[in-house]
Design a protein around this ligand. Structure first.
Ligand code: GTP
Ligand code: SPV
Ligand code: MN
Length: 612
């Protein structure tokens, strides 16, 4: 490499207070990638405005009708770059065994060599942006720092919304603070005279994580979790490694504050796989009178024991990257209000009057649209107008139900943890874990139907433990052990870990229709759950955990028949035994590292199912 000979190209100089390690690293990456200019982002409003102007000029963003959708934009990605690419996501730990059987592993030295060759000259003709960020409120004891360099102004704009980005975060990096370097390129260098495209990317993609050196390299994609490296790459894959070492948890969870009609306040964290309802549950509009739900986070939670030993949680993000399809005034009014202004939409459809549309926004589509690929669309097209993984990017403080504690640097005390998935059969609407270990077993054995959030076959059932299958930065069975140990640590400190429950909004009847109305009516399940904490809601012990007895859940005003209620909780011994056998086969894949406590849970489950 040519660090010594490379003169940093024009652009504002590095801020004088920038830590020397950061400036040296930026110089090194610039020498490798050879951008035309280097820009240090401050995070100011003016900077954001000028980025948006630039993106409009380059054709990446289309300005929406300012009357209908003020200060909002539409991006259409390259049709090949529409979701996370799990097949190109790697954990490059020194030992393959530390990545575990659920991750794809690459040997770090060889991988870095390959990356350096891919990144060599990759930013020719482009600007390299330096994006310092804090995950968590700036200066919070729970916050962690990173710096992403990227040649995608779209990614910079996304980082501005999704994280605390800019000078304030850079100032947090002093010679003895840890920070995670994140290198990103779309992999589309421009030669002299080359014309750019609206969404540069490369068919070759790599999203690589180095848990020991704690660095991230991402190449070839500009979409979501592939490119906004603060999110899944840092706040989950690398953070899970740091958290294990330091005794806390980095989780794919929403955070919700609930106030009961009696004015009691609870905090709930919930892990549901990608596109399985986190944003919707985090923005729940309760259908039961007197209940209030407020949003703290919709995708990621960092959870650590507080001074009294109880677990406290923060949302490390500052915005939402939410699924558009299915989001409508009846299902998620709060999200609709959140994206009224100041939103970047990606891969939704465009209306003739310059607004956005997606499946589920209204009952009937407009007579004419421009679809997510930029082609004319009419209702008889036979293809969706919006991509199934089309999304909105909006600031957390645009959300009308955001809790005033959402950015409390100390976090909120967790009362309840939920594990969920998308299951047409077998998994009940709600089940309470008998204790922490049983809860960890529930989390470890979640399986869920695949969604459009990642490339792959939609609907296919797969194990997605803790909704972390694509996001755990180390051996999954060690991660389960860590969860058990965190519970032990809470109890040793004289506190109680949160109560754990499993939920499933997606059970279907014989005709393939969802049995449970979901969305705002999920507060009924929440009310039952909180009723379990004070003993006011009755439950029956079953092999799957403690299930609500008839009459213990408030169903007032719902058209739910007795037989539908039965169906929501029906336990079919044969298919449950098949699931347990599958879980046993699954556990066998983990190199003998599955904690004994989880194996005991599985054999207790099997024994009790055999007795049914
Ligand atoms: P990621 O951002 O990918 O992590 O997704 P997420 O977990 O936040 O999922 P989201 O809330 O965006 O929901 C994904 C899809 O599930 C949307 O199409 C929703 O309309 C649908 N959905 C969410 N909650 C419910 C529910 O309670 N019932 C039903 N039937 N569908 C739901
Ligand atoms: C997910 O897939 O879980 C998401 C979207 O939240 S992305 O940020 O692309 O990972
Ligand atoms: Mn997610």
């Amino acid at each position: 490499m040519t660090v010594a000979h490379y003169v940093l190209p024009p652009g504002p100089a590095a801020p004088t207070n920038a830590d020397r390690r950061v400036t040296a690293w930026v110089e090194e990456i610039a020498a490798l990638t050879q951008p035309d200019a280097v820009v240090w982002c401050t995070g100011s409003d003016e900077e954001y405005e000028s980025l948006l102007d630039l993106l409009v000029k380059q054709g990446t963003l289309l300005r929406l009708n300012a009357q209908l959708r003020p200060r909002s934009y539409l991006a259409r990605s390259d049709p090949s770059d529409v979701a996370r690419v799990e097949a190109r996501t790697f954990i490059c730990s020194e030992a393959e065994a530390d990545a575990g059987p659920t991750n794809q592993w690459q040997e770090p030295v060889a991988m870095l060599r390959e990356l350096r060759s891919l990144f060599s000259g990759t930013m020719h003709g482009r600007t390299m942006y330096v994006v310092p960020f804090s995950m968590g409120p700036v200066g919070s004891p729970l916050a962690r720092l990173g710096v992403q360099v990227t040649d995608s102004p779209y990614v910079v704009a996304s980082m501005r919304t999704m994280t605390r980005m800019g000078s304030e975060s850079l100032a947090q990096i002093t010679p003895d603070t840890a920070w995670v370097p994140c290198v990103h390129s779309v992999g589309a260098p421009l030669g002299p005279g080359d014309e750019d495209v609206p969404w540069p990317c490369n068919d070759t993609k790599y999203i690589c994580h180095f848990p020991e050196s704690r660095e991230i390299w991402s190449y070839g994609s500009a979409y979501g979790g592939n490119a906004i490296l603060a999110k899944k790459s840092f706040a989950l894959r690398i953070a899970s490694v740091i958290a294990r070492e330091e005794g806390w948890l980095a989780e794919h969870m929403l955070l919700l504050k609930v106030t009961t009609p009696e004015n009691r306040v609870f905090h709930v964290a919930a892990a549901f796989p990608s596109a399985c309802g986190k944003t919707n549950f985090a923005m729940l509009a309760p259908t039961l009178p007197g209940w209030k739900a407020e949003t703290i986070g919709d995708d990621i939670a960092w959870i650590a024991p507080g001074p009294d030993g109880r677990l406290r949680a923060i949302n490390p993000e500052a915005g939402f990257f939410g699924v558009a399809p299915g989001t409508g005034p009846l299902t998620n009014r709060t999200a609709i209000d959140t994206v009224r202004t100041d939103t970047v939409f990606t891969n939704v459809a465009l209306t003739d009057d310059g607004d956005v549309w997606w499946e589920g926004l209204t009952d009937l589509p407009p007579a004419h649209l421009v679809d997510w690929k930029g082609a004319d669309w009419t209702p008889d097209a036979g293809t969706p107008a919006a991509h199934p993984n089309s999304r909105f990017t909006a600031r957390a403080d645009s959300c009308p139900t955001i809790a005033d504690t959402w950015d409390d640097p100390e976090g909120v005390v967790l009362d309840v943890i939920l594990f969920g998935g998308r299951r047409a059969t077998n998994v009940p609407l709600v089940a309470q874990a008998r204790d922490w270990e049983h809860g960890v077993f529930m989390g470890a054995t979640v399986s869920s139907e695949r969604t459009a959030a990642a490339e792959g076959t939609v609907g296919e059932l797969r194990r997605d433990p803790f909704a972390m299958l694509p996001f755990c930065g180390y051996h999954m069975a060690d991660y389960w052990r860590h969860w058990i140990e965190v519970g032990d640590a809470v109890r040793e400190a004289g506190a109680q870990p949160p109560a754990v429950f499993q939920v499933n909004w997606f059970r279907k009847d014989a005709d393939g229709r969802f049995i449970w109305p979901g969305f705002g009516d999920n507060v009924r399940v929440l009310a039952w759950i909180l009723g379990r904490l004070d003993g006011s809601a009755a439950a029956a012990d079953t092999p799957l955990g403690l299930l609500p007895v008839a009459g213990s859940m408030n169903l007032d005003g719902l058209n739910l028949t007795d037989s539908q209620w039965q169906e929501l909780f029906h336990i079919d011994p044969a298919s449950q035994l098949a699931e347990a056998a599958d879980a046993a086969a699954y556990f066998d894949r983990f190199d003998g590292r599955v904690p004994a406590a989880l194996r005991e849970q599985l054999s207790a489950l099997t024994t009790s199912l055999e007795r049914l």
